[in-house]
Design a protein. Structure first.
Lengths: 552, 319
């Protein structure tokens, strides 16, 4: 793409990267710039920004998204809780995939985590900055829409469309330069970028060209109105050309330019002259546009986090920036709730999770539909958000960062599977140890289910003993109540901790958790609740037989 | 290579980008003819248009020069002939009109000048340039009809037979005489003497100056040629005026096909240089003596030739 006339791209250090402590060019510059050139020229480019963001690199991370994205329903979380909630941003498309990619790859660099936390913190402390960020987002959306949308109507006046695109770009730069002067966090990069671009000769030419289009000359005249209210006559008072503008030239010069273009194979007219000037101005600034594509994704990330905060507060739930501690310190998650329930329109019931240290294996027991799986999701999402430097779904949190996350909640049957349920479970365990780094978080739902309890317990215990060698933060649910009770009683595995679903006076789950091992899974209650008692099934059978008639 | 789209107010970087834009865009393939072909065609068209305009201008200037040259040439040619005539010549019209008017009034009787008594005087007289006019007498009695009378010259062999009369006055010799070749270098119709007059006027000069095209100039030159200015110059200087005024036809008679009829004629010979009447005769003419075969075609000329013979006889022998 670069040619001898091409203005070089800005260095990485000058990029307004809001996601990394050290600025990184994450969007493919060559491809994106080429797409922007074609879009500016008038070709239909719907989805240019989204495509570029979808393909963007993420911060270096030791986390493997394959280990948790599906089980934590991360796309659903982003769509339901994490999308920017900005008035006036129109019906623009949010780069959901990009948000999922960014969230699913928490930075391994603690400086980057701290960088993001400081930005979030500043946005929460300074409402004016948040307002400016939302304004910047609106301007970026307008810019994106103008670049991407090329309707049939635009074909009639390509120059007008390009001028509007440049106006959109100018608005973005002005907002960046002027709107974040008070920022001390990474948001100050917006000011630096805006000022740098504003100081460029090419930007000055752009501003002049827009002024030229807006005001070539000022004509003053007097209007005489008669007694009947009608215009009697007009008197031209003065005509002032904006001679200081570098694009303003004499009528003879303009004619010469048009004639020159005619000889060069262009059309003869003011439109063609403007087209060449637009092209020249665009050439001077287009190398800055890729940064704005990346910036749109970054701004959506923070506005998504703020949107999560707003959504939670709207449901009388609290979110907080967690206190990051070492893994040997106590873990606390106060008023932890499941954001997936929130995104489904269900108000979740917050719960409390406390352990004396992080590097433990927490066995969670309790009845079906007691909230165990939801708890695992909450813990997984909370860790993910904390690792990304964002709010966690709790009113207070003390959390240790980890080297990875592995979540196994869903065991779907595949059409090509050759193993039975035990085999699948063993493969799950194998896969766990193949991928789990030391110090990572492991979340397993109903480990070793699908086989007879005695053999399953044996494997279960083996897993627990092997896991301890990796010192993970492990959260495992099980219905092996006797087994769990024995482990609690024997206390041979020093890293084991136990939680059970707290039941109410009516033996119904309260969605709270208490230390210990559950005494029952309350299967019979669950069966009664779901209509699977003997009497209920018999009733169903009789109904079917009667409806089938005498022939049956 | 610069471009008119850039100017001095712009930064060098912007100027460079504008130049690159023009160069780059002109290299981008567009549907249709290649750019260089389009440019070449447009340039050629402009050159053709400008060249055509220049050629038209040059041609127009040449045309103007040619018109001017033709105009000057025409004016010069006419002026040379006009200048060649002195005032006296230009007064011929007035004189001739007065003389003919006088001759058409009350007839003063036959007269032959005594100066014609000398031998060879008649031959010498008729060897001088002669103006001849013939027409109905009433045409010369009114100024308003004079122009029309002399505008249609009568070619009836009178002068030819007067200068070289036949030996006999019978039909056959007369016929041979009128059919013989005639040398008209010294004999002019009166109308020929007046063709120069229009070309000496301001109206003619204005017409020449107003002519804007060669076609108009040539048309005017053709009118000059038709005027036979060479003969006009000589006719204006003719020394002898011979006129025949035809009195009304004798009542009860008929005219022949060629106009010959039974009537009286007044013949006059005037020396214009001396302003003297040399001959004044009134004779009766009629065509009945002409054979049936020749009368329809030659009656007028035969009668005129016989009359000329009679007049010659009177000139030589007196009344």
């Amino acid at each position: 793409m670069p040619t001898s006339d091409h203005v070089p791209r800005p260095p990485e250090s000058a990029l307004p990267d809001l996601l990394n402590a050290a600025p990184v060019r994450r969007v493919d510059s060559a491809t994106t710039e080429a797409a922007l050139v074609f879009a500016f020229a008038g070709s239909s480019s719907g989805g240019l920004f989204t495509d570029a963001l979808d393909q963007a690199k993420v911060s270096p991370s030791t986390w493997d998204p394959n280990g948790y994205v599906e089980d934590l329903f991360l796309p659903a979380f982003v769509r339901g809780c994490f999308e920017p909630n900005v008035e006036g941003a129109g019906e623009g498309v949010v780069a959901t995939s990009h948000l999922v990619n960014v969230l699913s790859s928490p930075p391994s660099d603690s400086a980057t985590v701290e960088f993001r936390r400081s930005i979030i913190g500043e946005l929460m402390r300074d409402s004016a900055l948040r307002t400016q960020l939302e304004e910047l987002y609106r301007a970026l959306c307008v810019f994106r829409d103008r670049v991407e949308l090329s309707s049939a109507a635009d074909k009639w006046d390509a120059n007008r469309r390009q001028l509007e695109i440049l106006t959109g770009f100018k608005n973005v730069i002005e907002l960046m330069a002027d709107g974040f002067k008070s920022a001390r966090s990474g948001l100050s990069r917006l000011t630096a970028f805006g000022n740098r671009v504003r100081g460029n000769e090419a930007y000055g030419a752009l501003v002049d060209l827009l002024r030229f289009d807006d005001r070539l000359a000022t004509v003053s005249f007097k209007v005489a109105i008669g007694a009947d209210g009608r215009v009697r006559h007009l008197e031209l008072v003065s005509v002032e050309e904006n001679d200081e503008n570098q694009f303003v030239s004499s009528p003879f010069r303009r004619w010469q330019a048009k004639f020159e273009l005619l000889l060069r194979g262009f059309r003869f007219g003011d439109g063609e002259v403007m087209a060449r000037l637009l092209d020249a101005v665009f050439e001077g600034v287009r190398s800055e546009w890729t940064a704005l594509v990346q910036l749109l994704g970054d701004v959506e990330f923070y506005l998504g986090a703020l949107g999560f905060y707003d959504r939670a507060r709207a449901a009388d739930l609290e979110v907080c920036m967690p206190e990051l501690v070492a893994s040997t310190e106590a873990r606390e998650l106060k008023d932890l709730f499941n954001p997936l329930l929130l995104s489904s329109g269900i108000t979740p019931v917050p719960c409390q999770i406390e352990t004396d240290r992080h590097d433990t294996t927490l066995l969670i027991t309790g009845p079906n539909s007691g909230g165990k799986t939801r708890l695992l999701q909450s813990i997984g999402l909370a860790q993910l958000l904390a690792q990304s430097g964002l709010f966690v779904p709790a009113s207070r949190a003390r959390m240790a960062l980890s080297s990875g996350l592995l979540v196994s909640l869903i065991q779907e049957t595949r059409v090509d599977q050759t193993e039975g349920r035990l085999g699948l479970e063993l493969m799950r365990i194998r896969s766990l140890f193949e991928r789990l780094p030391p110090g990572a978080i492991v979340i397993l739902d109903e480990l070793c289910s699908g086989t007879n309890p005695s053999e399953g317990e044996e494997i279960f215990e083996l897993v627990l003993r092997m896991l301890a060698k990796l010192k993970p933060q492990a959260y495992i649910t099980t219905h092996f109540l006797r087994f769990a009770a024995r482990l609690e009683r024997e206390a041979e595995l020093s890293d084991l901790r136990f939680l059970q679903v707290a039941l109410g006076p009516d033996q119904a789950p309260t969605y709270q958790f208490a230390p210990g091992v559950a005494q029952t899974s309350l299967a019979s209650q669950a069966a009664a609740r779901l209509g699977v008692t003997g009497d209920q099934l018999l009733s169903l059978i009789e109904k079917r037989l009667s409806s089938a008639g005498p022939e049956a | 290579m610069g471009t008119y789209l850039a100017n001095e107010k712009m930064s060098p970087a912007l100027r460079k980008r504008i130049e690159a834009s023009v160069r780059r865009s002109s290299r981008i393939a567009k549907p249709g003819l290649p750019i260089f072909v389009k440019t070449a065609l447009r340039l050629s068209l402009i050159i053709v248009v400008l060249g055509g305009g220049a050629w038209l201008y040059v041609a127009w200037r040449q045309h103007l020069s040619q018109v001017e040259a033709a105009r000057a040439s025409l004016l010069q040619d006419v002026q040379e002939n006009v200048i060649a005539l002195d005032e006296a010549d230009l007064r011929l019209r007035t004189n001739a009109q007065a003389l003919l008017l006088s001759a058409s009034m009350t007839y003063e009787g036959d007269y032959v000048s005594p100066s014609l008594d000398e031998p060879d005087v008649v031959s010498e007289l008729l060897a001088r340039p002669v103006l001849y006019v013939r027409g109905p007498i009433e045409a010369f009695q009114r100024t308003s009809k004079f122009e029309r009378a002399i505008a249609e010259p009568v070619d009836d062999a009178f002068v030819h037979c007067l200068v070289d009369p036949p030996e006999e006055r019978s039909e056959l010799p007369l016929l041979r005489r009128i059919e013989a070749p005639r040398d008209m270098t010294r004999f002019f119709h009166l109308a020929e003497a007046f063709t120069i007059r229009p070309f000496a006027s301001d109206a003619w000069s204005s017409q020449v100056h107003a002519a804007a095209t060669l076609t108009e100039i040539n048309r005017l030159r053709d009118s000059v040629k038709l005027a036979r200015m060479d003969r006009a110059v000589l006719a204006v200087r003719a020394e002898i005026l011979i006129h025949i005024l035809d009195e009304p036809r004798t009542a009860g008679t008929f005219a022949e096909v060629d106009g010959a009829s039974d009537h009286q004629v007044r013949v006059g010979i005037i020396d214009l240089t001396a302003d003297a009447t040399l001959l004044r005769l009134r004779r009766h003419v009629e065509p009945s003596w002409i054979s049936e075969a020749n009368r329809p075609y030659f009656a007028r000329s035969l009668v005129a030739c016989r009359l000329a013979a009679d007049v010659r006889e009177v000139l030589e022998e007196g009344l």
